[in-house]
Ligand binder design. Structure first.
Ligand SMILES: Nc1nc2c(c(=O)[nH]1)N[C@H]1C(S)=C(S)[C@@H](COP(=O)(O)OP(=O)(O)OC[C@H]3O[C@@H](n4cnc5c(=O)[nH]c(N)nc54)[C@H](O)[C@@H]3O)O[C@H]1N2
Ligand SMILES: Nc1nc2c(c(=O)[nH]1)N[C@H]1C(S)=C(S)[C@@H](COP(=O)(O)OP(=O)(O)OC[C@H]3O[C@@H](n4cnc5c(=O)[nH]c(N)nc54)[C@H](O)[C@@H]3O)O[C@H]1N2
Ligand code: SF4
Ligand SMILES: [Mo]
Length: 694
């Protein structure tokens, strides 16, 4: 049997790296980074390499399932796809007849492959699409919009050519994006400096030229002091600032009290060190990336941390610059037609959104919504009842705070459907589970990547499904057929690709050789004298009209984070290199590499509690407790404890993950109400716990 190479896209995390899959005799024998993309260096990360273990693992939904017991009881009837589609379409139609199409909501995990299921919802006539992002990067997105008028992905992080990279709230060597990691390592070999600002000495910090351990939640103070130094010493890029910044005078007045000496009391960082750091940034002459963060849904002022990060980039002249944050190109920017979109087949629904965006909250970007506010509407029926909810590749019961409250909200639903390739807390609580084929067993719609070198790319199916699961387009098509949305029903993926590619001059076969079609020959950097931003003034704006109109401050005075109550710690969390969120802990290969999430606790704090490294500890919040093992270390700030998110599974169908480690979301009671009015994201790290030896 000859080996076959399939160019595809990894699905083990949200990054979606281009991969080359070797298939022999209908089995996947090797997964590597797509060699046509130099920045992949032929490699994938540990999770990408474990894709095949997901295929062979029987501990995932194998057929469509309809609930027979109570919600969450785990009693299921295995049904045919026909029956599952009929059932879901029937219930959706009932809800639509009784409450209108707006009574149906769908959330997903964002990303490039969502055109068809978004079209399905819009075709039904509902405005209630949300992605997961109020649990992740919404603050960054809204900060970017407020300063540049453009979304966060309108700028690339040009790590490869950078001279100084600042990672604040960003642990790049463990929360991995393979191409970014490789590009940053190349730059560091060429002398690029790396500064890490974290509350823990991570692996990224261990590779840094400079590491600042700040007090948890004090980043805004840190950034204000950096701005103070740049402005007071006139260290900013005068030409760039004169040309592109609107509102410098307001910034100058606002920043007055926030000196490095003032900040020291908040952050714990000595003024001399901060000043030396700022001088080094300035010396890098615009080839600076001050990363605005990714999972920046942490504090009540995280939006302002991201916003000041963008302002610092502006003062240093990083926007548009090679080695900084150059603007990306869309197909239209290089004279090419973009893909035809399925969502455009239907008009934008006229009803107002259940989450209040566009009418109650006018300063937020409407498109991906704010899922937690939609959940609130399920509970309150304000502005109207939402009675059917499809969680599409999304696990809100693990990803949002306070799962007990969320489950109570979901009890108001007439229908809860989960489309997923793995078991998840949400799937377990659903009325219907529609098993999606894992990424190696399914293909996707073609997607556009806006980039320095824009492209179209596609996920090819490497192998046939082992169980009775389906690809996205098959699931959407099966429902669409029964809901009278025949435009979304296709016999083959080739027909779908043909629809999408119409008028682009590209054909499906053009993807066979590498999995992608480049729309430009080389990376395109804009002329630094002719940058345009999409704000009302066309410049980078210190004062955002949208925020001010909504009664919010563009420049918010600093308020210190709460000090943990006596004997308590702030609960902090993040990623590790071998797991993705909650859905890989039960992966046989990855579970072997890390089966439990230890609680990081500062050595001195632990000593006071009589806790030694490796002890079992009880983590508590009021009357609620879970138990794990302690990692006692000098490397974390004494006010915080830290765990890797995604553990503490309690589903009997996951024999490996069951009962291992603790679940941070369970210690966030009331957390659905703690969200950032300016940035839109949940403030996940505003919760405290106590710790004792078990
Ligand atoms: N307490 C706490 N809450 C958090 C976080 C935290 O650290 N602590 N992290 C937050 C962050 S950064 C995010 S992004 C959200 C994530 O939370 P979710 O958005 O729920 O993301 P995933 O765990 O990736 O879950 C996606 C679900 O879709 C299924 N799935 C189906 N197909 C695919 C596929 O092709 N790719 C992927 N990746 N999944 C698929 C997976 O099996 C899984 O059940 O949670 C957020 N919530
Ligand atoms: N291996 C792996 N890679 C992933 C993912 C994964 O699950 N696994 N998920 C992907 C997703 S969805 C996302 S959103 C990204 C997330 O990427 P990141 O946001 O980089 O990852 P995190 O680990 O959530 O958080 C980064 C750091 O913030 C620190 N931190 C916590 N509190 C504070 C604070 O008050 N101040 C400062 N300065 N730092 C603080 C944490 O200690 C942590 O090291 O990763 C992506 N890549
Ligand atoms: S970072 Fe790793 S898991 Fe995520 S898409 Fe890339 S190879 Fe896959
Ligand atoms: Mo995320």
């Amino acid at each position: 049997m000859v080996a076959q190479s399939v160019f595809s896209v990894c699905g083990m995390c949200t990054v979606r790296c281009p991969i080359k899959v070797t298939v022999e005799d209908g089995q996947v024998t090797f997964i590597q980074g797509n060699p046509n993309v130099p920045a992949m260096k032929g490699a994938v990360c540990p999770r990408g390499a474990a894709g095949n273990a997901l295929i062979t693992d029987p501990e995932r939904p194998q057929t469509p399932l309809i609930r027979v017991g109570a919600r969450g009881e785990g009693k299921w009837r295995s049904v045919s796809w026909d029956e599952a589609f009929d059932y879901v379409a029937g219930k959706l139609t009932e809800v639509k007849d009784k409450y209108g199409a707006k009574g149906i909501a769908l959330t997903d995990r964002g990303g490039p492959f969502r055109d068809m299921h978004r079209a399905l919802l819009r075709g039904l006539g509902s405005p209630n699409y949300c992605n997961h992002d109020s649990s992740c990067a919404r603050n960054v997105q809204h900060a970017s919009l407020s300063v540049t008028g453009m979304g966060r992905k309108s700028m690339a992080y040009d790590f490869k050519n950078a001279k100084h990279v600042v990672l604040q709230l960003r642990n790049i060597f463990e929360a991995i994006n393979v191409q970014e990691v490789n590009n940053l390592m190349d730059a560091m070999e060429n002398g690029c400096k790396l500064t890490v600002i974290d509350i823990r000495a991570t692996i990224t910090a261990s590779k840094a030229t400079r590491y600042f351990q700040v007090r948890p939640g004090s980043d805004y103070a840190f950034n204000l002091a950096v701005i103070h130094e740049l402005i007071k010493k006139r260290l900013f890029n005068e030409k760039y600032v004169g040309r592109y910044i609107e509102g410098l005078r307001e910034l100058e007045q606002f920043i007055e009290p926030y000196s490095p000496e003032w900040a020291e009391a908040e952050t714990g960082i000595a003024p001399a060190e901060l000043r030396q750091f700022v001088r080094e940034l300035v010396a890098a002459k615009g080839a600076v990336i001050w990363h605005p963060g990714w999972m920046a849904a942490r504090y009540r002022d995280s939006f302002y941390v991201c916003r000041t990060a963008y302002i610092i980039n502006a003062l240093l002249g990083s926007f548009g610059a090679k080695g900084g944050m150059p603007l990306v190109s869309k197909p239209g920017d290089v004279g090419r037609a973009d893909l035809k979109a399925f969502v455009d087949l239907y008009p934008k629904p006229a009803d107002k959104r259940a989450d209040g965006l566009g009418w109650r909250y006018t300063h937020f970007e409407e498109g991906p919504g704010l899922a937690h506010l939609m959940y609130e509407a399920i509970e309150s029926q304000d502005p109207y009842p939402v009675k059917a909810y499809i969680a599409y590749r999304h696990d809100p019961l693990m990803g949002f705070p306070d799962p007990d409250r969320l489950r109570a909200m979901f009890n108001n639903l007439d229908l809860l459907v989960s489309v997923t390739f793995s078991w998840s807390d949400t799937a377990w609580y659903s009325d219907v589970v529609l098993p999606l084929s894992p990424y190696l067993e399914r293909e996707s719609v073609i997607a556009t990547k806006n980039a320095l070198k824009p492209q179209f790319f596609v996920r090819h199916r490497a192998i046939e499904p082992r169980y009775d699961s389906k690809a996205d387009w098959e699931i959407v098509g099966g429902l669409a057929k029964r809901l009278g949305l025949n435009e979304l029903v296709f016999d083959s993926i080739e027909d779908i690709w043909r629809f999408q590619l119409e008028g682009t001059g590209v054909q499906a076969k053009d993807f066979n050789a590498t999995g992608m079609v480049n729309l430009a020959d080389k990376p395109i950097y804009r002329d630094m004298d002719k940058l345009k931003f999409k704000t009302p003034s066309g410049k980078l704006e210190i004062i955002s009209e949208k925020l001010e109109k909504a009664g919010l401050k563009s420049l918010k005075p600093f308020e210190a984070p709460e000090t943990p109550p006596e004997g308590s710690f702030r609960l902090t969390f993040g990623r590790c290199a071998v797991h993705t969120q909650g859905h890989t802990v039960n992966n046989p290969l990855l579970f072997e590499q890390m089966s439990v999430n230890p609680l990081w606790i500062n050595s001195q704090a632990a000593a006071k509690l009589g806790i030694s490294n490796g002890d079992r500890v009880v983590v508590s919040q009021r009357d609620y407790s879970e138990t794990t093992v302690a990692k006692v270390t000098d490397l974390i700030h004494p006010e915080a404890v830290f765990i890797i998110h995604g553990f503490g599974h309690r589903l009997p169908v996951e024999s490996r993950a069951f009962g291992k480690g603790i679940a941070d979301q369970n210690f966030m009671r009331g957390g659905l109400d703690k969200w950032d009015r300016a940035g839109g994201a949940i403030a996940y790290q505003e919760h405290f716990v106590t710790v004792r030896k078990a």
